[in-house]
Each structure stands twice: as structure tokens, then as C-alpha cells.
Design a protein around this ligand. Structure first.
Ligand code: NDP
Length: 333
């Protein structure tokens, strides 16, 4: 990639998406963050990917969420993000919070998956190389590994912070009791957990009663992934499965079988409510996540700049009446 003529919008922080503190830390996260799980791999539209990162940054979206295995093929989202950074954002690294993760299968053999020290540290080194970075802001254990002692996983994360390869630690998809134990170990090691990441949306709210109180107790931030249920909580599947949508892709993680008539009937109802609120379905779904201070940021995925624009506009109305909340609770159950 050659050098870009892009220069970030000078008023990106005056007219930004707004920020919330991440738990009890001093780190502010944009209310909307951008995730690179889909649409940033080698199989995707590279020009649109670059435009999406530029557009997000121009609107004050400072947090970009990655993982070792993102993109098709795995690793390509980090490589492509690294190229975009080098070309467009060389002097803006300190304005960004970049996260990556390790925990799912990444390379063959016994050391490319799980929560071992061997895997996590090797993987972070690979991620830094792919993104051409000296450090990431947040390094996550991507999921709980029942076959590795928590002491070992937390020790590896903690050492990465002590070596300056990550500024903060995050955990993702840990059962409540394991998260509690992991938080204790990390505190004892002097590298407290900054943030917890899990699925949270209108159709998926089981962590509300388990993890939210735990995170509050420990002053740890929460960031929601798949706030649009991978696109189900938008209008796009109401009239079939559009070509190029995530559900239509052979390599996408959304299965057609997840889009059942029952789910669509609920989305129809929710969509009517969104219209009454003067929002699109996607906007209401994001606003619903951000209605509570328990959520510090939502990580959206996007396949176009237009989607990011639409999603940012969700922030114009994130309050709900009790009736709306009750009805959404009924439909989401
Ligand atoms: P979303 O629920 O936001 O789904 C994103 C998809 O929804 C887009 O790719 C697009 O699909 C569709 N979409 C987005 N905006 C609109 C809109 N306005 N109108 C219509 N369709 C829209 O999030 P993801 O599931 O992508 O997850 C977000 C991020 O969370 C990931 O990139 C990753 O960083 C993180 N994550 C972390 C996980 C973990 O284990 N820790 C697991 C999963 C995600 P289409 O391509 O069809 O246009």
C-alpha cells in the first residue's frame, strides 16, 4: 500500500460518538467501537475496509477490536489492519485503543489453541508482527480453557503487560465463577483485569444477572460483542437472505439456520417499535445495549461505511420508556 492522502477529520473529537470510562479505570472507550472479525480479511473488499477505518476514526471511534484468528484466512484481518494503520494513521497510534486476543484455534499442533502460556505469548508476538505494532492496548484471553490452570493463563497475560507488549488485560467468554477467580489472580499479580467482553444484545442477555454484578463489584469494564446479533437485529433479513450478507457467505459465522420464522417474527415486532421511536432496527438494538451504564461500549461489525453511519446515529436516542423495555424483554426472551 502506498502512502495515503487521507488526513483525519480535524473535528473528530468535537463531534464524536462520545466516551465512557472503562469500569473504574482511567481509560475511556468510545460508546461505539469497531470490530474486525468479518469484512477485513483477504477475501473482503480492501478499499471498503480502509474507508471504514477512516470513517470510524473521523467520527471519534478510537477503539478497534481484533483477534489473532480474525479474517478469512485467520490472521489476515490483523495483517490488513496493520497495512491500513501504516498507510493512514502513522502519526495517530496514541489516539487509538487496539485490542487483540488469543484463545481459539490458530495454528496446527498442540500449541495453537487454548490458554497455555506457550500459546498466548507466541500468539501475541505473531499479532504484533502482523499489525506492525510494538504493543497492543488490550490483550485478551479469548475464552476460558478448562484444560489450563487459570494461574498459568493469567500469569502469561500479566507478564505481557509487565513486558510492555500490552497495556491492559481483558477476558472474554469466561463462566462467572472462573471470571471471579481470574480477577482475583490478576489483582494479586498487580495487573488487574481492565475489561470483560461477551455477547450482549436484545436476544442474548443471560450475562445480565451473572457477570454485570461481578464486574461492578470489581470495577471492571464491560464491552458487548455482536450487539446486532451478527445482523439479525437489523432489517436486512426480513425479506429473505440478501446476496453478500453474512448469512449468505460460505465463510461467515452466521448460519442461515439461525434465521428462523420465529426469530423474524420477533424482529418484525421490534422493527415496528423502532419505527415508532424514529429509529432503524439496528439503531434501536444498539441504543438498547447502551441504555445501561453497565455497558461501556458496543463493538459493532460493519460491511460498509453506510452501516457505520447508520449505527452512529443510534446515539441520538438511547433512552427507553418502561413500556418499551418491558416489550423488548418479552420479545427478546
Ligand atoms: P454485530 O452484531 O454488530 O454484527 C455485524 C454485522 O451486522 C455486519 O457485518 C453487517 O452484516 C450487519 N450490520 C451492521 N450494521 C448494520 C446496519 N446498520 N444495517 C444492516 N446490517 C448491519 O457484530 P459482530 O457479530 O460482527 O461482532 C462485532 C465484533 O465483536 C467483532 O468484529 C469482534 O471484534 C467482536 N467479537 C468478539 C467475540 C469474542 O469471542 N470475544 C465474538 C464475536 C465478535 P453484513 O456483513 O451482512 O452486512
Amino acid at each position: 500500500m502506498s502512502q495515503s492522502s487521507y488526513s483525519p477529520h480535524p473535528e473528530r473529537y468535537q463531534h464524536s460518538v462520545g466516551y465512557r470510562f472503562c469500569g473504574k479505570s482511567g481509560l475511556k472507550l468510545p460508546q461505539i467501537s469497531l470490530g474486525l472479525w468479518h469484512n477485513f480479511g483477504d477475501v473482503d473488499d480492501a478499499a471498503e475496509a480502509e474507508k471504514m477505518i477512516q470513517f470510524a476514526f473521523d467520527n471519534g471511534i478510537t477503539h478497534f477490536d481484533l483477534a489473532n484468528n480474525y479474517g478469512t484466512p485467520a490472521g489476515s484481518a490483523e495483517t490488513n489492519f496493520g497495512k491500513i494503520l501504516k498507510k493512514n494513521f502513522a502519526s495517530h497510534r496514541d489516539e487509538m485503543v487496539i485490542s487483540t486476543k488469543a484463545g481459539h484455534e490458530m495454528w496446527p499442533g498442540p500449541y495453537g489453541d487454548g490458554g497455555s502460556r506457550k500459546y498466548l505469548i507466541s500468539s501475541l508476538h505473531q499479532s504484533l508482527k502482523r499489525m506492525n505494532l510494538d504493543y497492543v492496548d488490550i490483550f485478551y484471553s479469548h475464552r476460558y480453557d478448562p484444560n489450563t490452570p487459570l494461574e498459568e493463563t493469567m500469569g502469561a497475560l500479566s507478564d505481557m503487560v509487565k513486558q510492555g507488549k500490552a497495556l491492559y488485560i481483558g477476558l472474554s467468554k469466561y463462566p462467572e465463577d472462573k471470571a471471579r477467580e481470574a480477577f482475583r489472580i490478576l489483582r494479586e499479580k498487580g495487573t488487574p483485569c481492565l475489561i470483560y467482553q461477551d455477547r450482549y444484545n436484545i436476544f442474548s442477555r443471560n450475562i445480565e444477572n451473572s457477570h454485570f454484578p461481578l464486574l461492578k463489584e470489581h470495577g471492571i469494564g464491560f464491552i458487548a460483542f455482536s450487539p446486532l446479533a451478527q445482523g439479525i437485529l437489523t432489517e436486512k433479513y426480513l425479506h429473505g437472505i440478501p446476496e453478500h450478507s453474512r448469512a449468505a457467505l460460505s465463510y461467515g459465522f452466521l448460519q442461515k439456520s439461525q434465521i428462523t420464522p420465529e426469530v423474524l417474527a420477533k424482529v418484525e415486532e421490534l422493527n415496528l417499535m423502532a419505527q415508532r421511536r424514529g429509529q432503524t432496527m439496528a439503531q434501536m438494538a444498539l441504543a438498547w445495549c447502551l441504555r445501561t451504564p453497565d455497558v461501556n461500549s458496543v463493538i459493532i461489525g460493519a460491511s460498509s461505511v453506510n452501516q457505520i453511519q447508520e449505527n452512529i446515529d443510534a446515539l441520538k436516542n438511547i433512552s427507553f420508556t418502561d413500556d418499551e423495555l418491558w416489550r423488548i424483554g418479552e420479545l427478546g426472551a
